[in-house]
Design a protein around this ligand. Sequence first.
Ligand code: CP
Ligand code: NVA
Length: 300
Amino acid sequence: MKPRHFVTFLDLSGAEVRSLISRATELKHSKAIYEPLKNKVLGMIFEKSSTRTRVSFETGMIQFGGGAIFLSPRDTQLGRGEPVDDSARVLSRMVDAIMLRTISHRTVEIFAEHSRVPVINGLSDRFHPCQVLADMQTYFENRGDIAGKTVAWIGDGNNMCQTYIHAAQQLGFTLNIACPEGYEPELELIEEAATFVNLSRDPFAAAEGADLVVTDVWASMGQEEEQALRAKAFANYQVDSKLMAAAAPNALFMHCLPAHRGEEVSAEVMEGPQSVVWDEAENRLHAQKALLEFLLNPQT
Ligand code: CP
Ligand code: NVA
């Protein structure tokens, strides 16, 4: 039987996401020792840096009684040109699940196509579904179901923004995206989610009445040399107190982190009462534990 994967947010139905969120919250509050993945191993391939993703997956596996192996292309044969599909076939005969953070989304897809075990996208150039799962958990815990609510995405139409487009479709919220010209998400993704997504250039119009305001760095990993150019293009897209004032009075602020205070977000908003960024980071652990439990389906 083909394993279930989590390559994009669309790999889970809305009902499955809701059930994972409630399981994640349950796991978060449980003090009991629970080791459903005893002797199970998660292989983790990182082509890019990470703090949260690595630590949350590794901690989650240890707490579940299993373990995780950190693999970087620098010291595996992947970095010396061993084909991705061969690597997927070999690794998936040894480990019980594989998490990848890749430069190209296609690498995660190829892994999933050839793996015998569940493959999880830990960020690619196109999507970051684990982060948005944790974001949704954070929203549900603070405000209840997100269906029918309005989310404002301010800034780059990047991997996070594109995953929010998927989440809007699956969970039924409106996503107002404000981004500068030339930094839009892929058109096809917007078209597929057309009833849920609005695209504009005006951050204030996007934020108006929003229940959740979200942003991310102006230059993602791998775009470091574009930093100066992007800082110019995004100059009017900072989430500051003025912009938050346009949102609903009880709006939340989220950022996947790492954040650059004074660029995409002001220090005041980051540290302000509407910011839930630290809960959001913590929830990576709980949401991914629920995800691992679901994908690996241990018979306990
Ligand atoms: N938000 C997130 O994925 O953080 P890391 O890059 O530290 O894993
Ligand atoms: N958009 C960012 C997210 C980091 C977690 C990046 O890809 O670098």
